[in-house]
Write a protein that binds this ligand. Sequence first.
Ligand code: DGY
Length: 320
Amino acid sequence: MKKKVYITRKLPQVIYKKLADKFEVKMWDKTDQPVPREILIEEVKEMDGLFCLLTETIDQVVIENAPKLKVIANMAVGYNNINIQTATEKGIIVTNTPGVLTETTADLTFALLMATARRVVEASDYLRNGEWKTWSPMQLTGQDIYGATLGIIGMGRIGQALVKRAKGFDMNIIYYNRSRKPAMEKEMGIQYMELKELLQASDYISILIPYSSEVHHLIGEKELKLMKKSAILINTARGGIVDEAALFDALKTGEIWAAGLDVFEQEPVNLDSSLLTLPNVVTLPHIGSASEKTRLKMADLAAENLICVLNGEAALTRVN
Ligand code: DGY
């Protein structure tokens, strides 16, 4: 008898087929919205495998309702949407999609940094709103990127890929990470600093750490006050790492200069969010990994992980 797999969102046909050729597959394809929680809880009851996205909360309730489940394949490198402890206790393998999205996410991080520094979105709106009446000396002036100091919080794969881009702009690069990486410091010409020192020294601060309860609001009022008044904060990791209320105050009062945000504490961000009222915030709808090739690679890797585990083989990228 074929094993059963539940897919929580409509996938590209090629990935769906890959799974449907091997398993009895059911897919939530009614809308391009997350599967309602009650339906997910009902559907997982009989499933051997679950293919899910970061929009699904796979908590204790969901996991305990899935007695046959052997694998949860998350189509994301981050897996803070899954209760890893419960999954591990139940012997369920959790997989993610590292590696395949590194370069694409680093591209977007640098694009957001540049757009924020040079007020690209604001300047485009300025033109379209008919405000461009003349060229003038200090009109829409931003911050320089070349030669500036970039502080990277989290020197994992994406952090390292960002270093390569920043080097092309002659940036001085410092980093903070749970563990120091001396060989990399030498090889890439980057310098380690404690978080406090990094916040004080950076012109740009890029957050690239995975989210967990330990780093919830790692950047709050105190940390924002340490930054330069000309500092630009870029978050392409997870919204919960930054205290948004404190960030709003810091941006409004000129404590820092600007922020570029691809991620939010609540996603999709509420359109009433005070952050969206500020001209010095560039906002994106969590598109760090959103290139056609990369999203296909992520879906494919998640599918391969699921196939491996259900065939009794080792997962390619296992989390727990
Ligand atoms: C991830 O993979 O965790 C990103 O946030 C989405 O690509």
